[in-house]
Design a protein around this ligand. Structure first.
Ligand SMILES: Cc1cc2nc3c(=O)[nH]c(=O)nc-3n(C[C@H](O)[C@H](O)[C@H](O)COP(=O)(O)OP(=O)(O)OC[C@H]3O[C@@H](n4cnc5c(N)ncnc54)[C@H](O)[C@@H]3O)c2cc1C
Ligand SMILES: *[C@@H]1O[C@H](CO)[C@@H](O)[C@H](O)[C@H]1NC(C)=O
Ligand SMILES: *[C@@H]1O[C@H](CO)[C@@H](O)[C@H](O)[C@H]1NC(C)=O
Ligand SMILES: *[C@@H]1O[C@H](CO)[C@@H](O)[C@H](O)[C@H]1NC(C)=O
Ligand SMILES: *[C@@H]1O[C@H](CO)[C@@H](O)[C@H](O)[C@H]1NC(C)=O
Ligand SMILES: *[C@@H]1O[C@H](CO)[C@@H](O)[C@H](O)[C@H]1NC(C)=O
Ligand SMILES: *[C@@H]1O[C@H](CO)[C@@H](O)[C@H](O)[C@H]1NC(C)=O
Ligand SMILES: *[C@@H]1O[C@H](CO)[C@@H](O)[C@H](O)[C@H]1NC(C)=O
Ligand SMILES: *[C@@H]1O[C@H](CO)[C@@H](O)[C@H](O)[C@H]1NC(C)=O
Length: 512
């Protein structure tokens, strides 16, 4: 079946208004990116090879702003045409068309890519949003998710059936985006990373072939996709484990502290988390510096959130006793269903953390334990910078202590995810409304200092970076593994499966 009526209309509009040769290659870099200009002819040709209800949006179409909007306003791929497949097979057709014509392509699921690499891209976007089917298998042990499914959809769809799966803690983010780089979330203490319980991937490779990737079929790619997947292909759908949840409630406690409690809280959290031995009935313990001007206009509030795998009546609340005694300014307890679990951590679909089209300066460094001296320096720097620029009060310094037992139960060498020794993720984020804000260089310096302090706080460990939080300037070893064999193996696989480096827009193993 061909459903091209929408296309025909937009193609006509394009003939009249499209700037032909939009991407006239003006330098080496651009020639590498797209060897042919993308124009109305491209649009018509792609339309003619699509086999299902795939829509194509060009720059003059009303849906263009929506199709090209990103989480990061300041790191935008240069999209020349947006193709939105409605069936998985069309993804392969787009890739083959693009290859025949030397046009670069780039899959977009939910648009939260943080790394600067995305800005180097120019070409055709493959917008995965219509590939959002979720189908629970009859045994209720696994489900199939298409490549465009995101957290909110998965959580709510499965909840109706009394099930949960591994998503991130922000409902706006896709399932597959995080999974390709590991995938951290509240299920990991019990079950491991999102990538650890995928059982099959349906993938389109750089040459446009559609293949299955699992433990038995294509085991080399199976290894690579789980940790370095963005470099190897487009996942059109995947099968992953789901678990019964029985509609239970989850206990969440939130504390607010000010600076006088800071060091003691971090010491207590180090004891609570036990350097990666926390019982997974505690799903996570997150800390955050952010301004709450009701409490103080001169120093950040230290929020600490604890999430438990069951209602308060079941929770080992005594484990939190030390935190009650460190002079919190508030203690909030709540029991919530899984559908709301991301809300108290700030990751609801309508949260400010999920809001798209803002500019962010982000930074990260992975840790094992908190170095209280380093953390204090980061806190003092935060307060000093806010005193200088109170308008940056939305800045967040987030530390994420998910339970890690499940993560450590998988062998490190069995997948490309290299960071199973790390217990804590960190995330620094200064947010601006526009990409031209004059304080951006100030924020970059602040970001650099904060990341440097985290790394200097663990002098005996080489810096490591969770690839999905990477800003793009970190070392490849930090992102893909300090053991030399890892990058060696990844580079070999890259030569075998993507010798032209078509997947080079997300923390590329072979830099562009
Ligand atoms: C607000 C926020 C919250 C986050 N929370 C978490 C969290 O809780 N846990 C966690 O682990 N990470 C988290 N992250 C990081 C997250 O893993 C990455 O930002 C991830 O890349 C986002 O995926 P996306 O689909 O939204 O973004 P996109 O920009 O659409 O995709 C990211 C990259 O993946 C590629 N890609 C997209 N779809 C596919 C596909 N189907 N097949 C192959 N490649 C594809 C894209 O080409 C792009 O390079 C968060 C990020 C943000 C901004
Ligand atoms: C094709 O997709 C468009 C846009 O998503 C939608 O409006 C239309 O109803 C779809 N048509 C069919 C036949 O599925
Ligand atoms: C994104 O923000 C910019 C700057 O504020 C604005 O010009 C643009 O219209 C916004 N885009 C969308 C899709 O809202
Ligand atoms: C884009 O459009 C879709 C539906 O058409 C809507 O759900 C979504 O919120 C829009 N996104 C933005 C960023 O406006
Ligand atoms: C944390 O545990 C790791 C082993 O997993 C060990 O190498 C490291 O020294 C420990 N750190 C501290 C501060 O105890
Ligand atoms: C700030 O603190 C006050 C007092 O504890 C509280 O009511 C309010 O919810 C806090 N605001 C935020 C954004 O956390
Ligand atoms: C988000 O939605 C919830 C209801 O689902 C509502 O209670 C909350 O106020 C909303 N938050 C924002 C910031 O709009
Ligand atoms: C931040 O660090 C990066 C990487 O070392 C560097 O390229 C950049 O110039 C630094 N920016 C500032 C403002 O210090
Ligand atoms: C903690 O960080 C400081 C630098 O802030 C460093 O000098 C010290 O060695 C670190 N302590 C440990 C135990 O790593």
């Amino acid at each position: 079946m061909w459903y091209l009526s929408l296309l025909a209309v937009s193609a006509l509009a394009l003939v009249q208004s499209f700037a032909f040769g939009l991407v006239l290659p003006s330098d080496e870099a651009q020639i590498r990116r797209s060897k042919r200009s993308v124009n109305a002819q491209t649009q018509q040709e792609i339309a003619s090879v699509m086999k299902c209800n795939t829509t194509i949006v060009g720059p003059s179409d009303p849906g263009w702003a929506n199709a090209t909007e990103r989480y990061m306003q300041n790191i935008r791929p240069q999209v020349q045409l947006s193709v939105r497949p409605s069936c998985e097979q069309d993804v392969a057709r787009i890739v083959r068309y693009a290859n025949r014509h030397n046009i670069a392509f780039y899959a977009v699921s939910r648009g939260h890519s943080l790394t600067t690499d995305a800005a180097r891209f120019a070409g055709i976007e493959i917008d995965m949003r219509n590939l959002n089917r979720i189908r629970v298998n009859p045994n209720k042990r696994t489900a199939e998710f298409q490549g465009g499914v995101y957290g909110y959809e998965a959580i709510n769809n499965l909840w109706d059936k009394g099930l949960v799966t591994a998503t991130g803690t922000c409902s706006c983010v896709s399932l597959i985006g995080p999974a390709l780089g590991g995938g951290h979330g509240l299920q990991q203490g019990k079950h491991g990373l999102t990538s650890d319980h995928i059982v099959n991937l349906n993938v389109v490779l750089a040459d446009g072939s559609a293949i299955r990737v699992n433990e038995k079929t294509n085991p080399d790619l199976w290894w690579a996709f789980r940790g370095a997947g963005h470099n190897f292909g487009i996942v059109t759908s995947f099968e992953s484990k789901v678990w019964p949840d029985n509609f239970k409630r989850y206990f969440v406690r939130t504390y607010q502290y000010l600076g006088n409690s800071h060091d003691a809280v971090f010491e207590a959290v180090n004891r609570f988390q036990g350097n990666g031995t926390l019982d997974p009935s505690w799903l996570a313990s997150f800390g955050l510096y952010a301004m709450n001007t009701t409490l103080s206009t001169t120093e950040a509030t230290l929020y600490w959130v604890f999430l438990y795998d069951g209602p308060k009546t079941d929770a080992a609340v005594a484990a939190l006793k030390p935190f009650d005694q460190l002079h919190p300014l508030s203690i909030d307890d709540i029991d919530i269903p899984y559908t709301e679990i991301n809300t108290p951590i700030g990751g609801a679909l309508n949260s400010s953390l999920c809001e798209p089209n803002k500019s962010h300066i982000v930074g990260t460094a992975n840790l094992q334990v908190y170095n209280v001296t380093a953390q204090r320096a980061i806190y003092d720097l935060y307060n000093q910078n806010i005193r200088q620029h109170p308008e940056l009060g939305g800045t967040r310094v987030l530390v994420e202590g998910y339970a890690v037992r499940g993560v450590k139960s998988f062998k490190s060498e069995d997948s490309a995810y290299p960071l199973r020794d790390d217990n804590i993720l960190t995330y620094f984020d200064v947010r601006f409304d526009t990409a031209s804000d004059p304080l951006i260089p100030f924020a970059q310096k602040w970001r650099n200092q904060t990341v440097d302090l985290w790394n200097a706080g663990q002098p005996t460990r080489p810096p490591t970076t969770y690839v999905n939080y990477a800003a793009g300037y970190e070392s490849l070893e930090g992102r893909y593994g300090v053991e030399a064999w890892r990058l060696k193996r990844l580079r070999q696989l890259k030569r075998k499966y993507d010798s032209k480096n078509r997947f080079a827009w997300y923390n590329p193993i072979v830099p562009v």
